[in-house]
Design a protein around this ligand. Structure first.
Ligand SMILES: Cc1cc2nc3c(=O)[nH]c(=O)nc-3n(C[C@H](O)[C@H](O)[C@H](O)COP(=O)(O)OP(=O)(O)OC[C@H]3O[C@@H](n4cnc5c(N)ncnc54)[C@H](O)[C@@H]3O)c2cc1C
Length: 539
């Protein structure tokens, strides 16, 4: 009997790994393709935690989580999705615990919870300040012990293959992939393809995202014919720091513990005053009564405006009024990174600035994670989960620590939907990658230069504060980049750099298009030439 080809899962963060596990447990063969090492993902870098109410009967607590999420989303979340995800949180956390995720516990064994900006109560589970690493560790461990799952690391997915070349609504039947050491592009058939490729933070400089976050899944889905939406909404994390190895995020849980944002003037005034509490001296109070604990968009905008005014590179995150020992115990990972810069929690002001952090928009999906086309029809066999997807959960702004939750909930749903469906048997003959006459890329230096220019353009013209003229300038530059990259693409054999750059230019164009189409300021989109929607996304 002809056996259905395996399900192809693209990406090995929380979404891809969890979905692969569930599929394999249900008896499906799964191939995971991941473009670097398995652990290279945003998931592995997540610090703060995962928001969840465990007790399904705690109606008030669940309702409060729903309301905080809706408020952060500035009136544009899909309330049905929010309610479903928040309600399923307890089950998914129990799954993660069963898989061996060691969330932090109090001395009596109860799970420790913390609070972050935008949350009205302490509902965030964490593993000190390296929650993502702990989740990734457990999932990789489980995946590596499952005979039904094959992991292809250092293997980039180049593109998706349609069942009918000219009709995306016929569905997907495979992918083209390239191993790091190969020039060849291999054809892989798949009974379904689950995109779990994460976000596109690498489009901006600076970013908190790992190098793998280049928006590949978004670009592939758009080329396939899927609807990609809400790309104007890009979350900039207010507090990142330049570490020699990378832009390093300082979790807002530190502000939850009492850290305060001050500019030079505020810091000097506070020190002169002899007051215990620096909070009244924060410039962030000018934009929100919540000061340093406002939602990310409000705080990031306050810092951005402050830096533009002062011409400086960073403001200060002040912790010297707090207990140094307690902070070091709670944030050991952050302290380790700070030590490399000769900075100590509870003693030194930490220089911070905003950096691109989370891609709120993405591939439009339904409740099963099925990718939709422009007419809202599911594209057979194609799914998108995690940061690459746009489920409607986050609206115009993501509430802190809701993304790991959304990813795991949709990973489960997609696996369940696939297990309930008849597997697609595939066709006997899939098209090979067109390689005839293609030349090697002559100059990778030119690609690196284009990449830097692209990131600089996005940072300067399509950053936290936008303007019509800036968006138009960005569009003109992107048109030029696109032309150059397309020329190279048509002449040359694909390489990882070229594949990523092409995807990034395409995703950048989706961002600028959506940002230019916005008629009002809402959530994470702020254009100084538009009026406000009247929806403050600060709960
Ligand atoms: C520094 C940092 C801190 C964060 N902290 C939190 C937090 O505390 N709480 C929270 O809820 N969220 C947090 N987030 C956001 C959260 O981590 C991400 O939204 C989430 O981990 C995304 O999971 P994912 O599985 O969708 O994608 P990822 O974890 O990013 O995984 C994507 C995978 O796809 C692979 N991939 C991409 N393109 C291709 C391709 N073409 N071919 C093959 N493989 C490909 C990548 O290599 C990677 O394995 C944080 C993010 C960052 C960057």
């Amino acid at each position: 009997m002809y056996e259905a080809p395996p399900v192809a899962v693209v990406g090995s963060g929380i979404a891809g790994l969890f979905c692969a596990l569930r599929l394999a447990e249900g008896g499906r063969k799964v191939q995971i393709f991941t473009k670097r090492r398995t652990q290279d993902s945003s998931t592995n870098w997540a610090q703060g935690g995962i928001a969840a109410i465990l007790d399904k009967t705690a109606k008030e607590a669940i309702e409060a989580h729903v309301q905080d999420t809706l408020a952060a989303g500035a009136g544009t979340c899909d309330e049905t999705v929010v309610r479903a995800v928040v309600s399923e949180a307890g089950d998914r956390i129990r799954d993660l615990l069963e898989l061996g995720v060691n969330f932090q516990r109090d001395e009596d064994g109860t799970l420790h919870r913390v609070r972050e900006g935008g949350h009205s109560s302490s509902r965030i589970l964490h593993a000190k300040d390296a929650t993502g690493r702990e989740i990734e560790r457990s999932l990789i461990d489980a995946v590596s012990h499952h005979a039904g799952i094959t992991v292809h690391s250092d293997t980039i997915v180049v593109d998706l293959i349609r069942r009918n070349h000219s009709n995306p609504t016929a569905g997907v039947e495979g992918l083209w992939v390239q191993h790091e050491n190969d020039v060849e592009v291999r054809t892989v058939s798949a009974s379904a393809v689950v995109l779990a490729t994460g976000g596109a933070g690498q489009l901006w400089a600076p970013t908190t995202n790992p190098p793998v976050s280049t928006g590949d899944g978004l670009a592939m889905a758009a080329r396939f014919g899927a609807h990609v939406k809400d790309m104007a909404f890009v979350q900039f994390h207010p507090t990142s720091i330049e570490h020699p190895s990378r832009t390093f995020l300082i979790t807002e849980a530190l502000r939850g513990e009492g850290a305060v944002l001050l500019d030079d003037e505020g810091l000097a005034k506070w020190r002169m005053s002899g007051d215990e509490d620096p909070a009244p001296y924060s410039f962030t109070l000018k934009t929100s009564p919540k000061g340093s604990m406002g939602t990310r968009d409000v705080v990031a905008r306050a810092i951005d405006a402050n830096l533009k005014r002062s011409g400086r590179n960073a403001v200060w995150l002040v912790t010297e009024h707090l207990d140094a020992e307690r902070l070091t115990d709670r944030f050991p990972n952050i302290q380790r990174m700070l030590s490399d810069l000769d900075l100590r929690l509870g003693m030194d002001p930490i220089p911070v600035r905003p950096a691109a952090h989370y891609t709120v928009g993405g591939v439009a999906v339904n409740a099963h994670g099925q990718a939709l086309d422009d007419a809202n029809r599911p594209l057979p066999g194609l799914y998108a989960i995690g940061e690459v997807a746009c489920t409607g959960m986050h609206g115009a702004n993501r509430l802190a620590s809701n993304s790991l939750l959304e990813a795991v909930v949709y990973a489960q749903r997609t696996a369940a939907h696939l297990l309930d469906s008849e597997p697609y048997l595939g066709s006997s003959k899939l098209p090979a990658w067109r390689a005839d006459g293609l030349l090697p890329v002559e100059e990778h230096g030119a690609l690196a230069h284009d990449l830097n220019s692209l990131r600089e353009t996005m940072g300067r013209e399509v950053g936290i504060m936008r303007r019509n003229a800036r968006l138009a300038r960005a569009q003109r530059r992107l048109d030029l980049f696109a032309e150059e990259v397309d020329n190279t693409w048509l002449r040359c054999r694909p390489t990882k750099d070229l594949i990523e750059l092409r995807n990034m230019v395409q995703v950048a164009m989706l961002v600028v298009k959506d940002a230019s189409a916005q008629q009002e300021n809402r959530g994470l989109h702020y254009n100084a030439d538009l009026t406000d929607a009247g929806h403050e996304s600060t709960p």
